[in-house]
Design a protein around this ligand. Structure first.
Ligand code: VGL
Ligand code: ZN
Length: 216
């Protein structure tokens, strides 16, 4: 891998929002550990005219992925939706709430050229920044990247096994050269989800790297 960022490279900073950070509604263990490496990476990308995008989980109240929207269901149980099995979550990242805000601790947020929101359709979840969980509804991100000639994507943020993995798998399937910066991500890891996500990504041709590889 050529480790110097170029004008065709994008750092995709995934869901660094208060609800996924310590004290948040769906806190990812050790989630705040991603902030320092992401800020360092963003500075390096910006210095080389690379690009920075943010994603933001952005659910309406009573979203169908919330356990509270289903009588008798608790967080981390599953339910069958028309598009497949859905893990149910605590209410999180409700549009306009503080928990949905991008953390102010993330210094590089001002460098973002685009903030892509996802999960705003009430009856469909969307871990991926490219396609919703029904696997049909596109967010427009692939077209945005192609139109701008952006080719190589580096994913960091939360959570490794959900939004990062689903976005990286879709990015690779869309033909982008896709990397996950593992030490700049943290996982929820429910019911073997991390091992599964890493295996799925490896089989799909997503590559793994570390922050240090890109700062060298
Ligand atoms: C996420 C679960 C529910 C994520 C979002 O950002 O990985 N996980 N919504
Ligand atoms: Zn969500």
């Amino acid at each position: 891998m050529d480790t110097t960022p170029t004008e065709a490279d994008v750092l995709v900073v995934t869901d660094v929002q208060y609800d996924f950070l310590p004290g948040g509604a769906l806190a990812v263990p050790d989630g705040d550990a991603v902030i320092a490496p992401i800020d360092a990476l963003a500075k390096r990308f910006a210095a080389h005219r690379g690009h920075i995008l943010l994603t933001q989980d952005w659910h309406p109240p009573h979203h169908s992925s919330f356990a509270s929207s289903h009588t008798g269901k608790a967080p981390f149980e599953t339910i069958e939706m028309p598009y497949g099995t859905q893990i149910l979550w605590p209410d999180h990242c409700v549009q306009g709430s503080r928990g949905a805000e991008i953390s102010r601790g993330l210094e590089c947020a001002y460098l973002a050229e685009l903030v892509i929101r996802k999960g705003y359709n009430k009856d469909v979840d969307s871990y991926s920044a490219f396609r919703e969980a029904d696997r049909h509804t596109h967010t427009g991100l692939a077209g945005y990247l192609r139109e701008r000639g952006l080719k190589r994507l580096f994913f960091a943020g939360l959570a490794t096994d959900f939004c990062v993995a689903w976005s990286a798998l879709d990015a690779q399937a869309e033909g982008f050269d896709t990397y996950v910066i593992l030490d700049a991500c943290r996982a929820i890891d429910t019911d073997g989800s991390l091992a599964k996500a890493l295996g799925d990504m490896e089989r799909a041709g997503v590559r793994f790297c570390e922050t240090g590889d890109l700062l060298a």
